[in-house]
Structures are given as C-alpha cells and as structure tokens.
Design a binder for this molecule. Structure first.
Ligand SMILES: *[C@@H]1O[C@H](CO)[C@@H](O)[C@H](O)[C@H]1NC(C)=O
Length: 500
C-alpha cells in the first residue's frame, strides 16, 4: 500500500531520475518563482504554533527520506502539525487543514459578530455550552462503562504502544518515560510523535555552550532539566545525522549521553532543529578537569566509565534486537560529559559511522579527515587510514581515548602532587593547530604527550601510563581495544579496592 507506493516511486526515480517540481514557500525559493526541484518528495505542512497558523511548502531531498516508507520529515504531530508528502509535480499545491485539537480557533469569529443582539448572543453562547455539557455527561457515562468492562478483562493485557496518551497524559517524568520505552523492547528511544510533543513543551532557560553547529541550552521539561542542542538551519545534515545515530537500536548505555528527542520546528521563515538529551550539570570532561583535580578513585572511575561507553559504542550486538558497531570519530574531552556520580557519558555522535556487518560496509561515505585536528590519529593525519575497513575507525577512536586519559591522569592528585590542566600536545603546537603541524609532530617526529617519570611510583598512574602508550601506537591495529582497556581498568579498580 503506502509503503509499496513509496518504494515504487523511489525505484522509478532511481531509474529515470526526473527532477520533481514542487511548490515552495520558503524565502530561498523566491528567486526561482516559488518553486523548487528535488529528487525526493514535495511536502506541504500546516501547523498551529504559538497561536498562529502556518503553511509551508517545500522540497525534500531523497537522502532525507529516511526511514523509507515512513520518512521522519513526513510525520504529522497530533494537534500541532499536519504534514503531507507526495511524489508528483506540484502535488503539494494543496491546502491542508489545521491540525485537529485546536477548537478555540473557531470561537473568535463567532464572538466578534458585533451586529448580534443580546438574545442571539446568549443563544450562541448558551447553545454550544448546553451541547458541551451533554457531551461531557455522555463521556463520563461511557468512561464508567468502559472502566467496568475493562476491569473484567485480564490485567496483563498489553496496551497499544502507538497510543499517544499512554505516554503523555499521566504525570510522569522523562526518566520514567524513557525507562519504560527502553525496557519495553524498542530500545532506540521515544516514538517520533512523543519526541515532538516533548520538544515542543520544553522551556529554554539559559545557554550553556556554543559550537560550530549552533548552541546548547539548558531547558526545563516537567520539572526536570534537559539539554537542548539547537542547530542552525545550515547544519540540517548534522542535526539529522546525529538524531539518526542516537536512535540506533540498543544504543542506550549509562556511559553514552541519553538521547530524548529530535524535532524540526518550522516557524515559517527558518527551521529550528532541536536535539534534546539528558542534562549533566558538571558539563564536559574538559570543563570538569579544568575546575577540579581528582583522586585515584576519581581518575579510575572517569577512565573506566569512558572505556565502558566506548566499548558499548564500538561493540556489535547480533540478533534482531542487536546493534551495529559504531565509531565515534570525534572523541575528545570536550565531547565527553561528566555525570553527577562522576562517571562519563560520551556525547556528540554527529560524526559517527555505523558498520553494516552483513555487507561489511559503512553506512555513510566517510569523508577523509573529520574531527578535531589535535585528536586525530596518525593514520588520519597522513591519510593512510583504510576507510573500507570499519575497524580502522575504532582504532582511531582508541588513539583519541589515550589522549583523554592523559588529560585525566595529569589531574590525579597522588601524594599531594598534581599538574595543571592542559590539552594534549599543549607544549608542542599552537592553540588551533593545522593538520600539517599535527602531522609533522605525530607522524614524522612520532611525538606523543609526555608521561612523567614520577607516575611510575604509583601503581594506578603506572597502569594508566601503560594503557596510554598502548593507545598511541603508530600502527592502529596494534592498539588496545576499548573492551581490553575496560577489563584492565576493572582489574585495577579491584586491586585499588575501589567500589566503582
Ligand atoms: C503552485 O505552483 C503552480 C505552478 O507554478 C502555480 O500555478 C500555483 O499557483 C502554485 N500554488 C501555490 C499555492 O503557490
């Protein structure tokens, strides 16, 4: 049916590649006569946001039509947004109705009819009120009847998870909600319409960070804090990619930032792209290490949790409820968050790649050198990395993890000594090094951050130093795996008699 039809159009398009023409209402299309061309779909949407009705028509490119059959972009949100995607020329030249559930739009024109006398006015107001009462009474009666009928049925009956109200009406916190969903088997996060509803009821509080993609805000939702990453409209691809990665099935892990919702709000002139996640007040590991030194226990806790998160990310889990291997490609202390219990949560998955083990391919065409230059592995810097081989990306992550460990270990306070916070290679390159500068240093001169001699006198520091060296080998394949590091650190925490 709908899916089939969609596939059919997709196939036709792949064969013939005709440019689809659509009506377009965005500012960009003014030059082209309010039309646009695409290889994907035409879209029309009507929304009722902030008391205003908004109609938008635009083109959606083919690579944005995921998942197939039920593209992310073509989903309506009850009471908020009515979206229609179609696949013939100018097929979005239609006027959608305002989404239902906003009955008050009908009232103002009625009340503003000034020519009516008092009797008519009373009739106009009292009539509907009377009807409303009648409806309420009937509703209450039906509800009671339903309750009685329901209690006769089995308690264990499974409720339909596609029901919006199941998640949203009860007074539950986000944590309950996500907990339910991740244990109920779907594992990849909230259903899209719930994500939208959550995102649209968040109240932004303060800006907590800025990056190349946009801004990060702290927001409130039902009495709890959430983090909202707002992408500029130019960064639509990054937003989409990151949302897509976070919704990989079975990704949830205590040491990976908890994803809550993705939402694209179109306010008529530009699109606001939101990514909502858990909020961690300590901020990034970079901020944390700048502010505090850690003791041996704290160091091991941070290092072990980061390794656990990375091991989960890298790991492929087989089966229908499985997860593909994922490589991060931009691991650094600024992309790791510190939770309240002083463990790490890996964040910023926007550059990650997923491995499809069935075909042994990578899910996007990986462009050569992405990520942060300072943390780039030698094989990335000199472009010798074998990009057809997924494991090479994992090995590059391990190199970066070694650098993060060096940052943590320097801040470890043992015997009253600890060093000030520094970025890796702080003494060897300027603040914003070029790829060429990094390549000379890391590949040609084969330099690595300095491991001080005094670390040898403390078992924990000695082990950390050893792990770092084994993360920094020039040959990626010789490096430790995240799982290996996790095991070594678990062992260390037992020896140090810590409850981690
Ligand atoms: C859609 O495009 C067609 C063809 O250019 C045009 O005739 C029509 O008026 C447009 N409709 C809207 C609502 O802009």
């Amino acid at each position: 049916d709908a899916t089939l039809l969609f596939c059919f159009f997709l196939i036709i398009q792949t064969i013939t590649f005709p440019a689809l023409r659509c009506n377009c209402s965005t500012a960009e299309c003014e030059k082209t006569g309010s039309q646009c061309e695409t290889d994907g779909a035409c879209m029309a949407s009507t929304s009722f946001i902030d008391g205003r009705e908004q109609h938008i028509r635009l083109c959606i490119t083919r690579d944005n039509l995921v998942p197939p059959g039920q593209p992310f972009y073509c989903l309506s949100a009850k009471g908020l947004l009515n979206i229609h995607c179609c696949y013939t020329n100018y097929c979005n030249n239609i006027d959608l109705k305002v989404p239902s559930g906003e009955c008050f739009i009908l009232m103002p024109p009625l009340l503003s009819c000034g020519s009516w006398g008092p009797v008519e006015l009373v009739a106009v107001i009292a009539g509907p009120l009377f009807l409303l009462c009648l409806l309420l009474l009937m509703g209450a009666f039906l509800y009671q009847y339903h309750q009685r009928a329901y209690s006769h049925r089995q308690r264990l009956e499974v409720e339909d998870p596609s029901c919006d109200t199941l998640y949203m009406t009860k007074d539950r916190t986000l944590q309950d909600l996500i907990y339910d969903l991740s244990t109920s088997g779907s594992g990849s996060g909230l259903p899209l319409f719930v994500q939208r509803t959550v995102a649209r009821t968040i109240v932004l509080q303060e800006i907590i960070g800025k990056g190349r993609f946009g801004e990060v805000w702290r927001g409130r939702w039902r009495g709890g804090d959430v983090a909202v990453k707002i992408f500029s409209s130019r960064e639509e691809r990054s937003w989409f990619r990151e949302a897509e990665i976070y919704q990989t099935i079975m990704l949830r892990h205590e040491n990976i930032l908890g994803f809550i919702a993705a939402d694209n709000k179109d306010n008529g002139t530009w699109t606001q792209l939101w990514l909502v996640s858990d909020y961690h007040e300590h901020g990034s590991l970079f901020d944390y290490l700048n502010r505090y030194s850690v003791n041996i226990e704290g160091m091991i806790k941070l290092a072990l949790s980061a390794a656990s998160g990375l091991a989960h990310l890298h790991m492929e889990i087989l089966g229908t409820q499985g997860k593909p291997g994922i490589a991060h490609r931009d691991l650094k202390s600024k992309n790791i968050l510190v939770k309240k219990n002083c463990t790490c949560a890996i964040a910023d998955l926007g550059l990650a790649v997923r491995h499809d083990s069935a075909t042994d391919t990578i899910d996007i065409a990986p462009n050569q050198r992405v990520g942060t230059k300072r943390y780039m592995a030698p094989e990335v810097l000199d472009e010798t990395i074998n990009m057809r081989h997924f494991d090479s990306f994992k090995c590059a992550d391990i190199y970066a993890l070694g650098l993060v460990y060096w940052e943590i270990t320097r801040r470890c306070n043992s015997g009253g000594i600890h060093e000030e916070y520094q970025l890796p290679y702080y003494d060897l390159v300027p603040s914003d090094p070029t790829i060429e500068e990094m390549r000379k240093l890391v590949c040609d001169q084969k330099l690595r951050p300095n491991i001080p001699n005094w670390w040898q006198s403390y078992e924990a520091l000695r082990v950390m130093g050893k792990i770092m060296r084994e993360c920094w080998y020039a040959n990626g394949a010789a490096r430790l795996t995240a799982l290996r590091i996790k095991k070594s650190l678990s062992q260390l925490s037992i020896e140090e008699d810590l409850k981690v």
